[in-house]
Design a protein around this ligand. Structure first.
Ligand SMILES: Cc1cc2nc3c(=O)[nH]c(=O)nc-3n(C[C@H](O)[C@H](O)[C@H](O)COP(=O)(O)OP(=O)(O)OC[C@H]3O[C@@H](n4cnc5c(N)ncnc54)[C@H](O)[C@@H]3O)c2cc1C
Length: 291
């Protein structure tokens, strides 16, 4: 099937993109890497009357690492972020998550902002954003506002962005603790497919090996990726023994509400959630111990 007819316009600046969105309203869609939008248009799941291309906006492509935050322009390609060694040192979960996203070819075109705006509940970057409590900066003709990932990701394939807003940049918190480790893991039918279930964790340890901070999340088991801040906080002060980790992983899995579909039953997804949450926490702990 081919996409329904549409008008195409290329924005030269973010201000122009916002102007075009304000003018065309709900009938317009931004196109970044096109890796999700184009298949959806080809299947006629989406029929925008206007496509506003933001690929040429250089000001939306950057990685800037500041003291406690890494700022990434929404149009930065996933492959650029994946190869950035400084970023991998400061926000290691991003590179770990990207290793599971599609294929090298899709990451060469797909953007960080496009993945977050697409808001697939099984996608890796929205899960990483939830776990790290990343912030999304949204821009419209009226100005800018910033939303936490948990507010921005509103539901399956749905965000809190208004139709006149463009995701401008994403702020990823940098954990300053020297002994920090993170991990991302998932089960998919084939490598490069969307995850059936995914898990991400990050922990920081003190010199004695006690947890000073922890974060945990699961993807593919709800309408949005889920974070478990209260469960993760309960690890603070503890030495992260395997039995403590298993207990948290089991509690996290119990809080999920996965659905049944062609790929997996809800019970199997909940089982994967427990196994993968435990695996992610153990790997994160081991990396923090080795740091
Ligand atoms: C074969 C294949 C396998 C894939 N496997 C995976 C996978 O395993 N995991 C995974 O996470 N993804 C996967 N993807 C999707 C891929 O990661 C996409 O790149 C990503 O979801 C969308 O990024 P994009 O830049 O291509 O956005 P586009 O497809 O251009 O846009 C996606 C949506 O975001 C909106 N949008 C884009 N940029 C902005 C912005 N700055 N502000 C507001 N809205 C915006 C668009 O209007 C559209 O609604 C796969 C894709 C393919 C083709």
């Amino acid at each position: 099937m081919k996409a329904a007819p549409f008008e195409y316009t290329r924005a030269a600046s973010l201000a122009e993109a916002c102007e075009l969105l304000a003018r065309h309203g709900d009938s317009a869609k931004l196109i970044a890497g096109g890796q999700s939008l184009v298949p959806m248009m080809a299947m006629r799941l989406l029929r925008p009357a206007w496509l506003v291309d933001i690929n040429e906006i250089a000001a939306m492509k950057f990685v800037r690492i500041e003291k406690d935050v890494a700022r990434i322009g929404a149009c930065t390609r996933q492959s650029v972020v994946e190869r950035d060694a400084d970023l991998a040192a400061r926000v290691p979960l991003l590179r770990q998550a990207l290793a599971w996203v599609g294929h090298a070819q899709t990451r060469n075109r797909g953007t960080i902002g496009g993945s977050l705006a697409h808001a697939d509940p099984s996608a890796e970057l929205p899960l990483a954003a939830q776990v790290l409590q990343a912030r999304a900066v949204l821009r419209s003709k009226k100005g800018a506002r910033t939303l936490e990932a948990g507010q921005f990701l509103a539901g399956p394939m749905s965000t809190a962005a208004r139709s006149d807003e463009c995701l401008e940049e994403i702020h990823w918190p940098v954990w300053s603790e020297r002994r920090t480790g993170s991990a991302f893991t998932e089960v998919a039918e084939r490598h490069g497919d969307f995850a059936m279930v995914s898990a991400a964790a990050q922990v920081a340890l003190d010199a004695e090996g006690r947890c000073t901070r922890a974060a945990l999340g699961l993807g593919g088991v709800g309408g949005t990726p889920l974070a478990f801040p209260k469960l993760a906080a309960s690890l603070t002060g503890a030495t992260l023994r395997d039995d403590a980790i298993e207990a948290i992983a089991s509690d996290a899995a119990k809080e999920t509400e996965p659905g049944n579909d062609l790929h997996a039953t809800a019970d199997y997804r909940r089982h994967l959630a427990r196994v993968l949450a435990g695996r992610a926490l153990r790997e994160a702990r081991d990396r923090a111990m080795a740091a």
